[in-house]
Design a protein around this ligand. Sequence first.
Ligand code: APR
Ligand code: PHB
Length: 394
Amino acid sequence: MRTSVAIIGAGPAGLLLSHLLAGEGIESVVLESRSREYVEQRQRAGILEHGTAETLRKSGAGERMDREGLVHEGIELRFAGDGHRIDFAALAGRSVTVYAQTEVVKDLIALRLAAGGDVLFDAEAYEIVGVETDSPSVRYRHGGAEQELHADVVVAADGFHGIGRPTIPDSVLRTASREYPYAWLGITAQVPPSTDELIYCRHERGFALHSMRSALVSRLYLQVPADDDAANWSDEQVWNELDRRFEKRGWSLRHGPITEKSVTPMRSFVAEPMRYGQLFLAGDAAHIVPPTGAKGLNLAAADVTLLADALIEWYRSKDTAMLDAYPETALRRVWRAQQFSYFMTSMLHRDPAMDEYGARLQIAELDYVARSTAAATSLAENYTGLPRKSFQVP
Ligand code: APR
Ligand code: PHB
């Protein structure tokens, strides 16, 4: 089989890239090792930056998002028993949209298939060959047979455990990372949210986050030890712990049936370069952020928006300038998001090794963000997403 752009992975990165390329008449094939059902059920985060929502909307993939997504113009930072609103609209002139990654994935799959696009599920890529030549290819297993997909370029949008990154020789690949001594226990509950906006809460017992999926469904997270298991938590224990951490006078958390419970690990990770010959990395294949800044999906979307434009330019004019600039331009945003995610994570979580001094620094930082327009503006512009021009390579 032959195509123009071979894409490994039908996560948000691979699917959005395929969709954006199709909009300009560029052919691609997406290979996905999992089934369609699996990919559409996977629970992930749910905040779209202003720019991510715009990309989906402009490319014709924003219809359901505009109907069902919740536009939020701020968040609450809760600490020391009090709430402080960060007003995104006033500080950064932008908003975010609460719309689950799972829904974005469902929308993109439906659009690709309706347009006759090739998205092969249960198709596991096992080798990428010839990336140092003009005719790379991907070997994959599908329907019990081994097949080969030939292309002009290969994009590895195959997540953290994919085969794209390890295809780059060890002598070329550089990585930088941080591990955290905690994880998030996430729950979905059939109960209307107890708040209009997300609450990021710092508490002596650990971090908690109140998010939502709709006017009827709440999504909540608790900081737990890194090696914890969702099975260790009864529903009652979860609600008790959430009540304690979110405690604020005159406010109470609504409880309801829990329909999903799982532990998300926390990691910061960056791999360089994001291009090796005709192989390009995008999304989680190249970088991971802890979920506290809600940046994972948005970084994946930013990577492929940039890459799609570069590929479109290359096919149109044979000009390689944008493709050549991709690794450097993408990495600028990646490192901005790394810093912001690390900042949010370390300001809000209880590190088991943290002493009194560390705890007081966290409060001082939160207090500063809550009181200073300069500090709050920095949080607001990072959370809602910086414009593309701030990352352009001269
Ligand atoms: N062959 C085919 N598909 C593969 C292979 C392989 N060898 N290895 C991995 N995949 C698939 C996975 O099954 C997955 O569906 O690649 C896809 C990668 O998708 P994601 O993990 O969702 O990564 P990405 O598209 O970069 O999206 C990043 O996902 O993890 C979250 O927080 C992260 O929101 C961010 C987003
Ligand atoms: C979510 O709704 O799942 C969510 C929201 C904000 C985050 C992380 C996850 O920072």
